[in-house]
Design a protein around this ligand. Structure first.
Ligand SMILES: Cc1cc2nc3c(=O)[nH]c(=O)nc-3n(C[C@H](O)[C@H](O)[C@H](O)COP(=O)(O)OP(=O)(O)OC[C@H]3O[C@@H](n4cnc5c(N)ncnc54)[C@H](O)[C@@H]3O)c2cc1C
Ligand code: FES
Length: 344
């Protein structure tokens, strides 16, 4: 795959545990992307290569630079490295923008509701700026959940957009609302999609054509989807993005540790895949040079052919694969004769 090397021109601290990294667009061939897509960063830490996708928080046709916003994950290798170590002037290799968490077409939308929590705001901010500055939406609503005011990423940008655009409204939910921040625009508790939809319905502000974009933890995604289903909102109006793979442990019941042969055009290796690890994770632990990005089963970069044996795909995304194909990031060996051939 073609990659680009981008120069960091600014690092902005957003909150105590979140930074925005601004990359200079290449002078000759600008990197094109759609609002809601992500950039995959390839970073070297202590001699090892790590690949992580980060949604672009910048918006096409609005922001000059390419920006990603990274929140620390406890014990996370790359998110902590980015928060603590990277600096202006550093060069970072990236893959071309990818992802289908995007507006369905470039027609003007009537009403768009953005549902997000924590770092899930990043692609939503890109979509918001793109729609508002491009005059592409009649009404835009952001429903944003955080622990407290200190954790709100892009608080100033959101306030500025609200002042600038009368068709933009926000609902802020804080699970730990502090007395000093009690404000009629903040609701205590987790995002309550029923309440939001009820008020919008009463105001005549929600229709069958309203589009919903959801990005945040699984719990948020599920509660919003359940509320939308109860309001008879069609699946074609709902778009969601996963930042991490969450697997029900019951899915591993018939999976045991196995050795797997991983063949690539350049090397052949036998690796142990411990129960609970995907073939991709085990391969990376064994220092294999495997191609990947999302690790959630959506980008298809880790696609491989199953040459022998049986694998179980544990995966929430519906992707079209041939019978003998699998996604290594979602694949777990079921038999002791699994042999896979990677595409790259
Ligand atoms: C399409 C896509 C877009 C993304 N966009 C963003 C973004 O805009 N901003 C952002 O901060 N992150 C984003 N992420 C998540 C990001 O790619 C990394 O997964 C995250 O930064 C953790 O990487 P790490 O190396 O620090 O943690 P790792 O070392 O990989 O993991 C350490 C531990 O944290 C857990 N973990 C991994 N990811 C998460 C997570 N997201 N939340 C909670 N626990 C986790 C792992 O299960 C593991 O136990 C996105 C992910 C995807 C798939
Ligand atoms: S890494 Fe994206 S589908 Fe496997």
């Amino acid at each position: 795959m073609v990659t680009y090397t981008l120069k960091i021109i600014e690092v902005k601290r957003e909150t105590a545990d979140t930074v925005t990294v601004c990359f200079k667009q290449p002078a000759l061939k600008k990197i094109k992307y759609l609002a809601g897509q992500y950039l995959t960063l390839i970073v070297r830490i202590n001699g090892r290569r790590y690949i992580r996708p980060y949604s672009l928080s910048s918006a096409p046709n609005v922001d000059q630079n390419l920006e990603v916003t990274v929140k620390r994950v406890i014990g996370g290798v790359v998110s902590n490295h980015i928060n603590d170590k990277i600096a202006v002037g550093d060069l970072i290799e990236v893959m071309p923008p990818m992802g289908d968490f995007i507006l369905p077409d470039d027609k003007n939308a009537d009403h768009v509701i953005l549902w997000g929590a924590g770092s899930g705001i990043t692609p939503l901010l890109s979509i918001a700026k793109y729609l508002l500055y491009g005059n592409k939406v009649s009404q835009l609503t952001l429903v944003y959940g955080n622990r407290n005011s200190e954790n709100v990423i892009f608080g100033d940008t959101i306030s500025k957009l609200k002042k600038e655009f009368s068709n933009f409204s926000t609902w802020h939910f804080h699970t730990r609302l502090s007395i000093s921040h009690i404000n009629e625009n903040i609701i205590e508790g987790r995002i309550n999609p029923h309440k939001v939809l009820q008020v919008m319905k009463a105001d005549g502000n929600i229709g069958a054509e309203t589009l919903h974009f959801i990005c945040g933890p699984v719990g948020l995604k599920q509660s919003v989807k359940d509320a939308l289903a109860q309001n008879n909102i069609g699946h074609d109006k709902i778009f969601s993005e996963d930042f991490e793979k969450v697997i029900d442990p019951k899915e591993f019941e018939n999976v045991v540790s196995q050795f797997v042969e991983v063949q690539s055009p350049t090397e052949n290796s036998k690796i142990e895949v411990a129960k609970g690890k995907s073939i991709l994770e085990a391969g990376l632990d064994a220092d294999l040079d495997l191609s990947y990005s999302c690790q959630t089963g959506s980008c298809l970069i880790c696609k491989a052919k199953v040459l022998s044996g049986k694998v179980k795909m544990i995966n929430n995304h519906v992707v079209e694969l041939n019978d003998n194909e699998c996604l290594l990031c979602c694949s777990y060996p079921l038999t002791d004769d699994v042999k896979v051939l990677t595409e790259n």
